[in-house]
Design a protein around this ligand. Structure first.
Ligand SMILES: Nc1ncnc2c1ncn2[C@@H]1O[C@H](COP(=O)(O)OP(=O)(O)O)[C@@H](O)[C@H]1O
Ligand SMILES: [Mg+2]
Length: 155
């Protein structure tokens, strides 16, 4: 059983492999980003469910860069994927967009600043439910970094 504490203690392990990609915040690149992360994870021989989970979480984070961070503009999305000890995959998704005023509120289920476009406000909740931990660092006017942590089961 993974408790929050036992997960937290393992989040900073030695890095075994790493890739960095950056792409403009075009909506076509949402699919690109999740495929790149899935390809990186493939050597762990993941289950179909694990791959679906990480793709879904990456998708939410990258979509947020496209639709919120760079709302009326096109900016750069930086993605850094690391394989760490204990089969931990860390996916850092960074933008230099508008930033988040209040991260705690933004992370609440159903909270959205874009109800006009029928956003569900469930992006962060989805990331949290499909990963073992999610870290959000943001500064208004400067940008946001979301880090997804996922342990892949021993095969
Ligand atoms: N990268 C980001 N840059 C700026 N604001 C963001 C970013 N990611 C999330 N947000 C803010 O957090 C809110 C909640 O995000 P989320 O849970 O994905 O719901 P939704 O995208 O449906 O609004 C968004 O409405 C937005 O205000
Ligand atoms: Mg969202």
């Amino acid at each position: 059983m993974k408790t929050k504490e036992s997960v937290k203690n393992k989040l900073s392990g030695k890095v075994i492999n790493e890739i960095k990609v950056k792409m403009p915040s075009l909506s076509v690149n949402e699919g690109m980003a999740r495929s790149v992360v899935a390809a990186f994870c493939a050597r762990l021989d993941p289950s179909a469910a694990e791959i679906a989970d990480i793709k879904c979480a990456v998708s939410e984070a990258v979509t947020n860069c496209i639709v919120h961070a760079y709302k009326d503009t096109i900016g750069v999305i930086y993605i850094n994927v690391k394989l760490c000890e204990n089969r931990l995959v860390r996916v850092e998704i960074k933008d230099r967009g508008c930033g988040i005023e209040d991260v705690k509120t933004a992370r609440q289920p159903l909270f959205t600043t874009d109800a006009a476009n029928e956003r569900s406000g469930m992006g962060f909740t989805v990331m949290e439910s499909f990963c073992d931990a999610v870290r959000v660092r943001s500064a208004a006017g400067k940008g946001t970094t979301v880090t997804l942590f996922k342990f892949f089961e021993e095969r």
